[in-house]
Each structure stands twice: as C-alpha cells, then as structure tokens.
Write a new protein. Sequence first.
Length: 515
Amino acid sequence: MTTRRAIQLALLALFIYLLVQTKWTLPAIFPVDTFLKIDSLLSLQAALASRSWVNSAYYGILMILLAVFLGRFFCSWMCPLGTCLELGDDLFYGRKKKRVWKNSDRRLRGVKYGILVLIVVVALFGQNLAYLFDPISWITRIFTYALWPVFTAVGNLAVDILRPVFEALGWMNLARADIAQPTFGAFGIVSIIFIAILLWLGRFQRRFWCRSLCPLGALYAIFSRFSLSCRRVSDLCDDNGRCGCECETGAIPNNYREYDPAECIQCMRCVDVCHVKAVKFIPTFSKQRRVFSFDLTRRQLVGWLGAGALGAVWLAYNPMRILLSDKALRPPGAIPENDFLATCVRCGQCVKSCPTNCLEPSFLETGIAGLMTPITLMRLGPCDQNCNACGQVCPTDAIRPIDLYEKTYAKIGNAVIDKARCIVWEQGKICLVCDENCPYGSIYWEENEKGERRPFVDANRCNGCGQCEHACPIEGSSAIRVFPAGQIRLKEGSYIQAARERGLILKSKDKGYYE
C-alpha cells in the first residue's frame, strides 16, 4: 500500500467517523462538519450568493492558497468522493482493463469549468446551485440518506436479537437501546443512483467525475496552474510511456516530459511507476514543461454564462417559489428564507444530527429552489428543546449556532388547532394530550355558553416546538399543527430581544426559564 492510499483511507475513515458522530450530543474535540467547511466551492458560493461573509470561507480560502502551493492535492489525497471513485474504479475495472477512451483523451474536460461558471453566475444573482454538483455535499448525502438508514436498521435488528442476552448479562443500557430509525425514501434512492452513475462512467476513463464534471476540481485547477509543486522528468527517461498510461487524470500528454498542472492531482503515480526513477516533483517557479489548457471554447463559455443567468431568473421567479414561499417550517435558528436558500448547501448534516427525526429534506414543498433543504415535520417528531445540534453542524451558518437558552426564543411557528379534527371540539370528548405535552404552557381552556371546555393556543406563548402535534392521538394528520406564521428568523442579532419586542412570553416549564 502506498503512502497516498494509506492517507486516503485514513481520511475516508475520519469522514465516516465524523458522520456517525453527527448526532446529539456532538463530540467536543473535532468539528463534525470539517470536510464541508474546507470545501472552497461551498463556502465561497454561500458568501457570494448571500452577499455576506460566512465563517467557513476562511477555510475555503486556505484550501485555495494550498492549491497554489501544492496543486490539486485535495482531489487525490483528501476528497472522500474521489477516494470512493478511485476504489470503485480499481474494484470494477482494474488497472489493466481497457477503457472506452484513451487515458490522454481530453474530451468533455471543459464541462467542469462550464459547471463552475454556471454556479458562479447563479450565485451572483443570489441563487444556489452548488449543492447539485459539489462532491462533498454529494458524498455526505450518500452516506446520510442512503447508507445511514440501512446501518441503523441493521443495528436495531441486532439489538432486538441480542436483547435477552444483554438482559441476562445485566447490560441494561444495551438491552434498552433503541436508535431512532430515519427514512429518507426517494433521496436515498437518488443518492444510490448518483454514485452508481459515477462508477459506471469510470468505464470511459478513470476518475471521470474528477476529470470532466467536478466544479470543485475546476476551481482548484484554475489556481493549480500556478502551483509551486512541479513535475520534472530527468534525462534518464526512456519514453516508455507508462507514466502517461497510469496517470489518474490523464494530465500527461504524448510528450511524457510535459504535463498539465491544472489536471494533475499530485497522485504521484507517475513517480511510483517510473522504472528508471526519472520523475519527481520539486518546488519551482519555472513554467517549463507545463502545458496549459482550459478546454472551454469562447462559444461554450458564453453558453454557460447564458444558462447561468436564465437559471438564476427561473429559480428566483418561478411560480412554485412564489406560491410556496410561506409554507416552509424551518429549523430554529434558520436565517431569513432568501438568505437561507442562498447559503444552505443541502448537505444533510442537520437532518442526520436531529435526535427526533423531525428534520427531513424537502422535495417540492418549498419549490424547486428549496429542493433538499431541511424542513421540520413535527408529526414525525418534535423539535427537542434540549438540542441545538442543527445549528452547530451547519457549515455555512444557514442555521445559526445558537445556545439552548436563546433557542427558546427562536420561535419556529405557531400551533393551530384544527377544530374539525380535534376530538374535543368535534366530538366533545375529554383529551388533554396537547396541553400536557406543551413545554411552554401555551394551551389554555375556555368554556362556551353550554359550559363545555374547549382548548385554544396562546400564540404569544407558543414556540412552535411541535410537541403537541407529535403527541396528538388522532390518526393521520394531527388535529393541532405548527405553521410558520409568527416565526422569528434573524440573520444576525438576538432572538431574545426580537421575541421581547414582539411581546412573546416564551418560558419553558422543563428548563425553568422564568424571569
């Protein structure tokens, strides 16, 4: 095993470990969103689209500076999707199997630059498309939406089978263990289809995604042109061409002494396979033996620019967004909707970390512009008022990292009683479930002229946590539901002050927040 492969596997293992640890409570040692934060495309796109600075942009700029010094090393050494694709290529196609295209064939190389142009243009109009093409977003969704539910189901099944054994041994914590089972339906299937397509494309060329489609790779490629880590071939070279055949991204042309620094991902395979040890990478400012190419014609560039402008207009003004703009029930701490859509990278970290599974990726509930953004479905589970994980794991601050006390005042929405479904209103039966489960005491009762007691919701006391909606005993849709009316969404500033200015009295009985 080479040093690079060992580092690749170690970082992939770290990526998976951090995903597993993306839960409440969060580990204190290492940020679970590290790989998303160091993704330059996500952080800089979020800053550009929202017209404001995001903290993760510091990491994004750092990675670009490293690309200037070290080239596209991220693609070959650190990217978890790149590692998975490389392992898949070796597993399904091997090194000796002939691909459809020659390794040095540069067809479709310009597409990744076109996608990058598309993302930048859309971001300039305040819209977001990076999540559809970014590799770290995709690999995070693949593990979260496709693999994590399977692991959870297998784990719960194992615990159910071994529960009598645990009880007999006195291991009561394991005997009573029960992991909340997430189900993401179509998004898990889409994630599997996506990775399957990328693996299938490997039959054309190794790492087809990295060569031709990845916009993050295109971003690093632009700055790698100035890389100080340069490939040099000595006079010992006998031109046997093995380095060009083994190059992971076809960065070595027919003249094996030259190379394209924008395509080179610093995999060092040309060094490893050179039998005369004529190849090495050294720091230098010299541009000799470098072949510079952009693979995107002027006409294609204009086409991508036009597509970006049209796409941005459509995302901003399509009828679905206008009709559904007030339907989204976002997690507490979510910034105002337009900024939220611009900065949310749809990574699924907040969904993965939610202990009650009330956060789900949206389909078209908020329009095409809100595809895969997190929404709260309180019927599946309430928003746990002792958890603020979603804001802590968001890499671009689309959900603000507020503390638990301030979260009390980050009003999600208002609970509304559907009198036609409520058994107290409709059938005159006795039911106290919503009142008993409300941690804010927002349910009050009044008698009508017949002396019948009926429940009401005090909107000034309701936080929108959804405890009532989740606990409602009515089958199907709850008789009391949380709607986004009255929600507090701030890009900056204090939720406590905003709530007080509105005259809200958000005092949690469970936490004892009385003033």
